[in-house]
Design a protein around this ligand. Structure first.
Ligand code: ATP
Ligand code: MG
Length: 328
C-alpha cells in the first residue's frame, strides 16, 4: 500500500502546516485585523506565478477569520468560474449568511436586503481569486460601494500588471497594497513534500531522494509546489499500479519524462489536441465527455490529468465532486 490518504493531494486540500509563507500570511491578516475593531481594513492585490501558495494562504486566512469571529464574513470567489457581474454578485449574496435573493426584485432592492442582513456585522472580506478573469472591472467598484459595512477586497492574480486594465476611478477606490508571492526555493518545496507525504503516503513507501527529485521538478518548473506535488502523486500512482511497495527515483524519472515535459500547444496530437481545443473558456469533465461520446470517460479523464501535469490545464473544484477545466 503506497497511499494512506489520496485526497490530500487534491489541489483544494488545505494542509495543517503551510511552509515558508509566514510573512505573507501575516501581511494578509494585518490588512484584515482593523475589521475586528470595526475599523476599515486595507485592500490587497496578491500576485505571483502558479503554484506559489496564493490561493492556499488566502483560504487559510478566511478559515481563521470564520473561527475567530461571527461578525466578520468571509467570501471566496474564483473568477474563472464566476466571471460576469451578475454571477459574482449572486455568489457574494449567497455566501453572506444564506441570503436568498427573492425573485422579481431589483438589484438595488437586493442590495438593501443584503445590507439589512449585514447591519450588525463588523465587516466582510471578499477574495476574488484569478481576478484578471473578471469580464468587467466595474464589479470591483460595485463591490466596494454597495455594502454599508467595512470591506476588505483581496484580488489574486498571476499577473503583476493587472492594474493597467483598471480605470483610475476604480483603482482609486480599490487602491490595494501589493503582496508578491515569489517562487519557492527547492528546499521549501522539499519541506512541503515531506509534510504532505507524512500524512498522505504510507511510511516506508518513499525516501528522501524521491522527495528531492520531485522537489527539483517543481523548482525547475518555476518554484511551483503544485508541479512537485503532482510529480509525487503521479509517481506514487505508477508505483501502486505496478504493485511495488516503494516509489523509486527510477519511477519519478520515468513519470517525469512522460508527463512533465511542458509541451507546446502545437505539439499536441489526436484526441489530446481535440480535448484541449474544445475547452475554450473552460468546461466541466462531463461537458467535455459529451463532446466525445465514442470515447470512454476514463480515457477523457486520463487525457485531462496529463494536460494538467503538463501545466497546460488547471482544474477548479465546483460543488460536490465536479470540476471545471480551464486553460493556463
Ligand atoms: N507553503 C505551502 N505549504 C504547503 N502546501 C503548499 C504550499 N504552497 C502551495 N502548496 C500546495 O501547492 C498547490 C498549489 O498551491 P496554490 O493553489 O495555493 O497555488 P497558487 O499560487 O494559487 O497557483 P495559481 O496561480 O496557479 O492559482 C496546492 O495543492 C497547495 O496546497
Ligand atoms: Mg490559485
Amino acid at each position: 500500500m503506497i497511499f494512506k490518504n489520496l485526497h490530500m493531494f487534491d489541489d483544494e486540500f488545505i494542509p495543517n502546516k503551510i511552509i515558508g509563507r509566514e510573512k505573507e500570511i501575516y501581511d494578509i491578516s494585518s490588512a484584515i485585523r482593523p475589521l475586528f475593531n470595526k475599523m476599515p481594513g486595507q485592500n490587497l492585490f496578491i500576485f505571483g506565478p502558479p503554484g506559489t501558495g496564493k490561493t492556499l494562504c488566502a483560504k487559510h486566512v478566511l478559515t481563521e477569520i470564520s473561527k475567530s469571529s461571527k461578525k466578520i464574513y468571509p467570501v471566496y470567489i474564483n473568477c474563472w468560474v464566476n466571471r460576469t457581474r451578475p454571477a459574482i454578485m449572486y455568489k457574494i449574496m449567497k455566501s453572506l449568511g444564506d441570503f436568498v435573493p427573492r425573485r422579481g426584485i431589483s438589484p438595488d432592492e437586493m442590495i438593501d436586503d443584503l445590507n439589512r442582513t449585514l447591519s450588525d456585522s463588523w465587516g466582510v472580506v471578499i477574495v476574488l481569486d484569478e481576478i484578471d478573469k473578471t469580464e468587467d472591472r466595474e464589479i470591483l467598484y460595485d463591490i466596494l460601494r454597495m455594502l454599508n459595512t467595512n470591506i476588505v477586497l483581496i484580488g489574486i492574480s498571476n499577473l503583476n500588471s493587472f492594474e493597467i486594465d483598471i480605470d483610475d476611478r476604480i483603482l482609486s477606490t480599490y487602491s490595494p497594497k501589493r503582496i508578491e508571492f515569489k517562487p519557492y526555493s527547492v528546499n521549501e518545496i522539499k519541506k512541503i513534500l515531506e509534510e504532505r507525504a507524512k500524512y498522505a503516503l504510507s511510511p516506508g513507501s518513499y525516501n528522501d531522494d524521491v522527495l528531492g527529485l520531485c522537489a527539483a521538478i517543481g523548482y525547475n518548473a518555476g518554484g511551483d509546489a503544485r508541479v512537485a506535488l503532482n510529480a509525487l502523486l503521479s509517481s506514487a500512482k505508477e508505483a501502486q499500479m505496478n504493485n511495488m511497495e516503494k516509489i523509486t527515483t527510477d519511477i519519478v524519472n520515468k513519470v517525469r519524462q512522460e508527463l512533465f515535459v511542458r509541451k507546446h500547444v502545437n505539439d499536441l496530437k489526436g484526441l489530446e489536441k481535440k480535448v484541449y481545443d474544445c475547452i475554450g473558456n473552460g468546461k466541466t469533465s462531463s461537458e467535455i465527455h459529451n463532446l466525445f461520446p465514442d470515447v470512454t470517460e476514463r480515457t477523457i479523464r486520463n487525457i485531462l490529468s496529463k494536460l494538467i501535469n503538463k501545466n497546460m490545464l488547471k482544474r477548479i473544484k465546483l460543488n460536490g465532486n465536479r470540476y471545471r477545466y480551464v486553460k493556463r
